[in-house]
Each structure stands twice: as structure tokens, then as C-alpha cells.
Design a protein around this ligand. Structure first.
Ligand code: OAD
Length: 255
């Protein structure tokens, strides 16, 4: 199986990766669904919708600050690092991610499409103000502040620049993702249950255009039925072995 996946990747013309929470699980970031997932302890309608934010911004901000604290201490794991290396090798053209944890960037990938936003970015609910708390160096102060965050320009409430249920995805990212998916001949799907749309259409688009789908997951997902190769296991471990085999394959073809 893994040999077959390595061969497909080594022969690919335009490989893209589509990632979900499972790619960051080994970095200590909880996933959403399944045992121990965030949606076991929190209700989507209470913390991840525009209505929830209007009703109780304190509760929603508490949820995102809790996640910010976990994410800021997390480091990229082998799965992120392998994806960065595949890009450096000129094989992987882009990572399309549903994650908001910034770990693909930290690992070194340059071509990243974030479909669900970025947890470190905040934006005003009224004007155009936007701030990247990592870039401005204000993350620690932001996390310590007990009051609700307010816009420095118009004093309205700030919100996290993430996509909530019931909201459209950022238009530019969405278009970019589907353009890439239409061009791709192989899609490497890592650690997603593929239950949230439109993001999960990315691998289907590759498949519909005649491309191949390789899936890495600890268990079957919504994508498994269309996967040409399913690699069961932890992303960090599977991706590491896959990289070794891709390199071996490329070496053997040089001879
Ligand atoms: P999910 O929590 O739905 O799925 C995580 C997937 O990762 C599951 O299929 C697990 O089997 C798999 N998994 C867990 N640990 C793994 C590991 N170590 N290695 C490989 N696979 C592993 O997360 P997503 O599919 O990312 O949206 O969820 C999609 C969206 O739903 C999220 O972006 C978020 C969520 O609600 C919004 O908040 C809008």
C-alpha cells in the first residue's frame, strides 16, 4: 500500500495536500469529532456560530482563547515537517488546510491555503481593522486580558478571524483551493473526517478530474470510499515512512 502511494507521489505532476485536525493531533491539539474531540465537550451552537457570538461573546472568546493557549505551545510534528520537505523537493505544490493552528507555516510550507481562517488573527465586527497577534507580538497580552477585546480604531468588539458554522468561507481562499484542486493530479488527504463542506469537496474535485486520492488517517473517513490508497496510522509516523519511500523511489528511477 505505502509503496503504491510512494509511486503515485513520485510520479505526480501536481500534488496537493488537504489536511484536517488529525495532522496536528500528534502536536497535542485536540481534534473535533470522535473520542476526546472538542465537540464532545462543547456544543457547536454555543461556541462556533455567529448567533453564539452575538448571544454570549464572553463564552465564545473563552473557547477561542483556550484553543489559542493550546496552539501557541504546540510544535509541528513529523507530518507537518514531511509536507514541508515535499514542498522543498518541488513535489508538493500547495497545502489546503481546514486547520487554524498555523503549524504548516511554522513547519516551513510556503504555499498554504487556509480555508477556515487563522486563530491568531482578530478582526473588527464593524470596521476593516484586522490584526495578526503573532506579527504584532501582542498574543501574550491579549491572552491575559480579562475584558472582551475591542477594536483600537472604532472600539467595537473584535472577533477571531475564523469561519463559524453558517458562515461562508473566505472567497479568495476558496477560489484558490478549487483552482489548485482542478489542476492537481494527486491529492494527499491527511487527518480529516471530511464531514464539513465545502472544504471536503477538495479531494472529490481532484478525483472528478481524473486524479488520484491518497488518504492517511487512523480510521476510515468520508473520503475513504474514493481513496485510491488508504494508509491507516498516525499521520506523523505514516508520513515519515512515506517520505523515505518516495525518496527511495526517486533515487531508483535516477539509476
Ligand atoms: P475531525 O475532528 O472531524 O477529524 C479528524 C480526523 O483525523 C478523523 O478522521 C480522525 O480519525 C483523524 N485522526 C485523528 N488523529 C490522527 C492522527 N494522529 N493521524 C491521522 N489521522 C488522525 O477534524 P476535521 O476533519 O479537520 O471546522 O474537521 C473539519 C472541520 O470541522 C474543522 O475545520 C472545524 C470542525 O468543526 C470549523 O470549525 C468550521
Amino acid at each position: 500500500m505505502i509503496e503504491e502511494a510512494a509511486k503515485i507521489i513520485a510520479h505526480s505532476r501536481f500534488l496537493i495536500a488537504f489536511t484536517g485536525a488529525g495532522v496536528s493531533a500528534e502536536s497535542g491539539i485536540p481534534t473535533f469529532r470522535g473520542r476526546g474531540g472538542l465537540w464532545e465537550n462543547y456544543r457547536i451552537e454555543e461556541v462556533a456560530t455567529p448567533e453564539a457570538f452575538r448571544r454570549d461573546p464572553n463564552l465564545v472568546w473563552a473557547f477561542y482563547k483556550m484553543r489559542m493557549k493550546i496552539m501557541k505551545d504546540a510544535k509541528p510534528n513529523n507530518a507537518h515537517l514531511v509536507l514541508a520537505e515535499l514542498e522543498k523537493m518541488g513535489i508538493l505544490r500547495a497545502v489546503i488546510t481546514q486547520n487554524i493552528d498555523n503549524l504548516h507555516k511554522e513547519a516551513g510550507n510556503q504555499h498554504i491555503v487556509e480555508l477556515h481562517g487563522d486563530i491568531y488573527r482578530v478582526k473588527c465586527t464593524r470596521c476593516d481593522y484586522m490584526e495578526d497577534l503573532l506579527e504584532s507580538g501582542k498574543l501574550e497580552d491579549f491572552l491575559k486580558e480579562k475584558n472582551l477585546p475591542k477594536c483600537p480604531e472604532c472600539a467595537s468588539l473584535l472577533r477571531p478571524d475564523v469561519v463559524w458554522f453558517g458562515e461562508p468561507l473566505p472567497q479568495e481562499a476558496l477560489q484558490k483551493a478549487f483552482k489548485l484542486a482542478e489542476r492537481a493530479d494527486v491529492c494527499l488527504v491527511v487527518g480529516t473526517s471530511a464531514q464539513v463542506f465545502p472544504a471536503a469537496y477538495v479531494p472529490y474535485t481532484v478525483k472528478d478530474n481524473g486524479g488520484s486520492v491518497i488518504e492517511v488517517n487512523t480510521k476510515e473517513s468520508g473520503i475513504t470510499p474514493i481513496a485510491d490508497v488508504f494508509l491507516r496510522g498516525k499521520a506523523g509516523e505514516v508520513m515519515q515512512s512515506l517520505l523515505v519511500k518516495v525518496k527511495r523511489y526517486l533515487e531508483s528511477e535516477k539509476c
